[in-house]
Design a protein around this ligand. Structure first.
Ligand SMILES: Cc1cc2nc3c(=O)[nH]c(=O)nc-3n(C[C@H](O)[C@H](O)[C@H](O)COP(=O)(O)OP(=O)(O)OC[C@H]3O[C@@H](n4cnc5c(N)ncnc54)[C@H](O)[C@@H]3O)c2cc1C
Length: 378
C-alpha cells in the first residue's frame, strides 16, 4: 500500500488551492448571498485544464485519473462548495456517461467541448414524482421518423440554465420502466426550456433548475448507449458521481476545520485561547479524524475507479461517511465560532448550509445505505 500522493497530484492540489483562494474565495460570500453563478470562474477553470481532468487528451481532457479529479473538487469546495459541484456535475454526471457509453462521434461532438470547458454539462434524472425511486420517471420519448419527441420535466438540475449539454433520461414506452433511455440534449434544441430556478439553503451560487420538454426534438443519433439501456447508464453514472460528492464533502469539512482551528487559536476567553480548553481541542481532534477517514475512503474509491476495479460500494461508503462528516464538522465549526459563527461575517455558517446537500443529492444517505447493504447481501 502506498498512501503518498504523486508529485503530479501534489502540484495539481497546490495549483487548484492557489486558484481557489485567489479567484473563487474573494466573492464566495457575495455570490452565496445573491445566488449568482459566475461563468468567468468556469472559463478560468477551463484555462487551467480543470474542466476535463480525467478524460484522455484525445477528447480535450487533461489525461489524469479520478483521484486528480477528486482533488480538484475537494480544493474548490474547500473555499466554495458551489464551484465544487459545478465541476462535479459537469465532469462526472455529464462527461462520464458520454465517455463511457458515447460513440466516437458523440465523444468528439460533446465530450471534447465539455472537457475543453467551451460547453457546460448537466444531468437530468430527477422528476417531481421520482427522486430516490428514479425508475418512476414520467418523461417520454416517442420515435417519429429520424428523431425522438421528448415530453415531460426534470427538477433540481445542477447547472440548469447555464449548461449547454444535458444528459436526459426518458421512457420510450410509458408503461415499461425497462424502456428508460439516455439522450444528449443541446440547450438550443426545439422544445427544450429551463423552468423554475430553486431558491436554496446552500450551494446557492450553483444554479438548480427545472428542465421542460415540450415536444422537444432530439435526433436519433443523440441516443446515448442503446434504447432501454438508460437506467443502467443513470445508475452507473451516479456510482462515480458519488465520489465527486464525497470529495466535495471532504473539501467543505476541511474548509470549516481550517477556519475553526484559526479562530480557536486566536479567540481569547478566560485569559487564554479557547483552543486550549480540552472541550474545544477535543472537538478539533474529532473533526480532523473524521475528515481524514472520509478523505481516505474517497481517494480509495477514486483509485479503484482509475484501476478499473469495482468501485460502486466504495464510492457509496465514501459519500455516506464524508457527507455525515461534513455536516457534523461544519456544525461544530459554527459552535466553536460561538455567536460570530452564526453571522455572515465568517464563512462557517455558509459551510454548514452547504454541507447539508451532500447528504441529499446523488442518492440520499438512506439510499447509500441501501446500495451498500444490497452489495453486502449479494
Ligand atoms: C441542490 C440539488 C441539486 C440536485 N442536482 C441534481 C442533478 O443535477 N440531477 C438530478 O437528476 N437530480 C439532482 N438533484 C436531485 C436529488 O438527487 C434528489 O433530490 C435526491 O435523490 C432525493 O430525491 P427526492 O428529493 O425526490 O426525495 P425522496 O426520494 O422523495 O426522499 C425523501 C426522503 O425519503 C427517504 N427515502 C426515500 N426512499 C427511501 C427508502 N426506500 N428507504 C429509506 N428512506 C427512503 C429519502 O432518503 C429522503 O430522506 C438535486 C437536488 C438538489 C436539492
Amino acid at each position: 500500500m502506498q498512501f503518498k500522493l504523486s508529485e503530479e497530484h501534489e502540484m495539481l492540489r497546490k495549483m487548484v488551492r492557489d486558484f481557489a483562494e485567489d479567484v473563487i474565495a474573494p466573492t464566495a460570500a457575495e455570490r452565496d448571498e445573491e445566488a449568482s453563478f459566475e461563468r468567468s470562474h468556469f472559463d478560468k477553470m477551463a484555462e487551467l485544464g480543470l474542466t476535463g481532468v480525467p478524460w484522455p487528451e484525445e477528447y480535450g481532457g487533461a489525461g489524469m485519473d479520478y483521484l486528480a479529479y477528486c482533488i480538484v473538487v475537494e480544493e474548490l469546495s474547500r473555499v466554495d462548495a458551489s464551484a465544487g459541484v459545478t465541476i462535479s456535475a459537469h465532469t462526472s454526471l455529464a462527461g462520464w456517461p458520454v465517455y463511457k457509453f458515447g460513440t466516437e462521434e458523440q465523444k468528439q461532438k460533446y465530450l471534447r467541448p465539455m472537457a475543453e470547458g467551451k460547453k457546460i454539462g448537466a444531468y437530468g434524472l430527477t422528476e417531481p414524482a421520482s427522486g430516490s425511486d428514479a425508475g418512476g420517471m414520467k418523461t417520454t420519448a416517442t420515435l417519429k421518423d429520424d428523431h425522438y419527441v421528448l415530453n415531460g420535466s426534470k427538477i433540481f438540475i445542477t447547472n440548469g440554465g447555464v449548461a449547454d449539454i444535458y444528459i436526459v433520461f426518458a421512457l420510450t414506452d410509458i408503461n415499461d420502466r425497462r424502456s428508460t433511455t439516455a439522450f444528449i440534449v443541446e440547450s438550443d434544441f426545439e422544445g427544450f426550456s429551463v423552468g423554475k430556478k430553486e431558491n436554496k439553503l446552500g450551494i446557492r451560487s450553483s444554479p438548480t433548475t427545472e428542465l421542460i420538454f415540450e415536444n422537444c426534438i432530439v435526433p436519433k443519433e443523440n441516443i446515448l448507449g442503446e434504447v432501454g439501456e438508460g437506467f443502467k447508464i443513470a445508475m452507473k453514472t451516479l456510482d462515480g458521481g458519488r465520489n465527486g460528492i464525497a470529495a466535495q464533502a471532504v473539501g467543505i469539512a476541511q474548509g470549516a476545520l481550517d477556519a475553526a482551528v484559526g479562530y480557536a487559536s486566536e479567540r481569547v476567553q478566560f485569559g487564554k485561547p479557547i483552543a486550549e480548553n480540552q472541550g474545544v481541542g477535543f472537538k478539533l481532534a474529532d473533526m480532523a479524524t473524521g475528515i481524514e477517514a472520509s478523505r481516505l475512503l474517497t481517494y480509495q474509491a477514486a483509485w479503484l475507479e482509475s484501476e478499473g476495479l469495482p468501485y460502486g460500494k466504495a464510492s457509496a461508503m465514501a459519500k455516506l461517511l464524508a457527507g455525515d462528516t461534513a455536516m457534523s464538522v461544519t456544525t461544530e465549526a459554527v459552535q466553536i465560532f460561538g455567536g460570530y459563527g452564526y453571522t455572515k461575517d465568517y464563512p462557517v455558517e455558509r459551510y454548514m448550509r452547504d454541507a447539508k446537500i451532500t447528504q441529499i443529492y446523488e442518492g440520499t444517505q438512506e439510499i447509500q445505505r441501501m446500495v451498500i447493504s444490497r452489495m453486502l447481501i449479494k
